[in-house]
Ligand binder design. Structure first.
Ligand code: MRU
Length: 368
């Protein structure tokens, strides 16, 4: 996507031909800064500390983490260590495992002298595939928005609610949940997005709002608990969220708070769609609530908030009394029965075993 008129992605290979550039998302929305990753440990840190985040981008960064490891050591031991270090960074988004397995398949059986080059080739392909998948998600999701727009009176806008950031900052480019939104906006549909702020890390307020603003998409940031109220008053036409893992049954794991939006959407007959790139499907698990590991992060993320002061400094302040216990669950699972449909690169499908296996038979058959 463009930032101030300049095309930009979230991850790239630097002009030196081997080190990896990323947008440091911890500085947004106040500063657009980049970081350079030169080692496996720096790539792992970028994922763990959320300089980059979002399921597809975690996968792409892990892929380049393997490349950086192989630049220093092409042995089997180094490859195993890279896998172990990267897989331990964040537990919930399945794109991480998917990308690491892809990288192992691309390099493992090659002579050591060929491994690094093969790794860089596969990592670049993973990035291009992400963009192509998300572009297809945009095309396939657009008719949902067009159908709502067609029912509107002249001048009325289509209101979409989204949670967290499943935009281009969560992917290599284009984004997942935002792909149909950008396409609708670019094709002249009057569209407006309610962006949940998404405590504790505020990806909606900091990242979704930033990228929608840069693209000129009208949007309003709302406190996390506002969605139900808006839906009761007919102010939300459609919910589109991203996902970090979808099970073979169609259960959807996504940023904490998504489940509550799905419940409110069901109670108010608001369609609830999930934008799903195929690497985010985990056919090896069925029951999302029982089987998906939910990341628990530092209490500090809940107990404090960061922001820009009036004189331009970035400060972090504590908002919870000293001594209060704090819990920080990163994700929740929305049962398939609450999902109106999955917007995939192969079309909009049912959130069900038949829907997923029918659209992705080659993945379902393997059940990794
Ligand atoms: O913890 P994060 O920021 O990596 O969480 C990822 C997300 O932004 C969302 O859960 C998103 O909807 C799925 S990634 C397209």
């Amino acid at each position: 996507m463009k930032v101030d008129g300049r095309p930009m992605r979230t991850i790239w290979v630097e002009p030196d031909g081997w080190s990896v550039g990323i947008i440091d998302q911890t500085a947004l929305p106040h500063r657009l800064t980049t970081a350079r990753l030169a080692t496996l440990d720096e790539a792992a840190h970028a994922i763990r500390a959320m300089l980059i985040r979002g399921a597809p981008l975690i996968g792409a960064t892990a892929a380049y983490g393997v490349c950086l490891a192989l630049r220093q050591d092409t042995s089997d031991d180094a490859l195993d260590r890279a896998y172990a270090v990267l897989i331990a960074t964040r537990p919930t988004a399945i794109n991480l495992k998917w990308a690491l397995d892809e990288m192992m398949a691309a390099v493992r059986n090659r002579p050591r002298a060929e491994r690094a080059a093969a790794a860089y080739r596969r990592a670049a392909e993973i990035c291009e595939e992400d963009v192509a998948i998300n572009t297809a998600i945009g095309r396939n999701g657009l008719p949902l928005i067009e159908a709502i727009a067609a029912r509107k009176k002249p001048g009325e806008r289509v209101n979409v609610l989204t949670h967290c950031n499943a935009g281009w900052l969560a992917a290599v480019d284009v984004g997942t949940a935002t792909a149909p939104i950008y396409l609708a906006h670019d094709s002249g549909i009057s569209i407006h997005v309610f962006a949940d702020e998404t405590r504790p890390r505020n990806q909606g307020a900091s990242l979704t709002a930033w990228e929608l603003g840069k693209h000129g998409v009208p949007h309003t940031v709302i406190a996390d608990n506002t969605g139900g109220h808006l839906m009761q008053h007919g102010l939300v036409d459609l919910v589109i969220v991203g996902t970090d893992r979808v099970t073979a049954n169609g259960d959807v794991c996504n940023k904490i708070g998504t489940y509550l939006k799905a419940l409110a959407a069901r109670d108010n007959n608001v369609p609830f769609y999930v934008a799903l790139p195929s690497p985010t499907i985990d056919f090896s698990v069925a029951d999302g609530v029982a089987e998906i590991p939910i990341e628990e992060r530092s209490a500090d993320e809940v107990a404090s908030m960061s922001g820009r002061t009036a004189d331009g400094r970035i400060e972090t302040v504590r908002i919870v009394p000293d001594g209060s216990a704090v819990a920080n669950y990163g994700f929740d699972v929305t049962p398939a029965r609450l999902v109106s449909g999955l917007i995939t690169d192969r079309g909009v499908i049912a959130a069900s075993p038949a829907g997923l296996a029918g659209a992705f038979p080659e993945r379902a058959g393997k059940a990794e």
